[in-house]
Design a protein around this ligand. Sequence first.
Ligand code: MN
Length: 203
Amino acid sequence: MAFELMPLPYNSDALAPAISAETLSFHHGKHHKAYIDKANAAIEGTDMADDSLETVIAKARGTNQGLFNNAAQSWNHGFYWCSLAAESGHPSDELGAMIDEAFGSLDDLKAKLADRGAGHFASGWVWLAEKDGKLSIEETHDGDTLADSGFNPLLTIDVWEHAYYLDHQNARPSYLKAVIDTKLNWGFASDNLARGSAWTYPA
Ligand code: MN
C-alpha cells in the first residue's frame, strides 16, 4: 500500500498571514509530496511495501538513511499540518496543568519554543513532547523525527527555510512568533496527550 499525501486539514489560506497560501501550496504540494513519492519508490517491491509509515521509519533508522529521511519527512509534515490551525484554541485542563508545572505558564512555554526554534542550527524541527508524564521541548535535525523515539510528540514546528522563506525571508524568529502566537493547534496537542501514544500517519 503506497503512502498518500494527506490533505491539508484546512483551506490553504487558513494560516495567513503567518503562513501564506503560496507557502502552503509549495510546502504541501511540492515538498511533502516529494517526500511521499520518494518513500513510496524506495519501498516498492521490498518487504516493507505493506508496512505502516511508522514501521518503515523504525526499520530504516540507522540502516537506510535515504529511505529514513523521506519516510520521516513524510510523517513530520503530516504531523506539522495537524499541529497548526486557523484558530489556536486552548490546551485541555490536563495539558494546561502540565505546561504550568514544566514551564511556568503557557506564555513561558511559547517564549521557550520561540527561543529553541530560533536557536536551532540549520534545518530541523522543534517539538513539544511528553515522556513519562513530563513535558519537554525537543529538537531534531534535518529529517529526523520523534515518531519512533519513545516520546509522545504533542506539537511540532518546521524550521526548515522552505517553511517560511516566501513569507518572512530569512527572519525565522518572525515566522516563529506568528505561528506560536496565533496558529498552534492546542486541541491537537491535548488530543495527543490524552491518547497517550504517538500520533499515526493516516493510512
Ligand atoms: Mn518542511
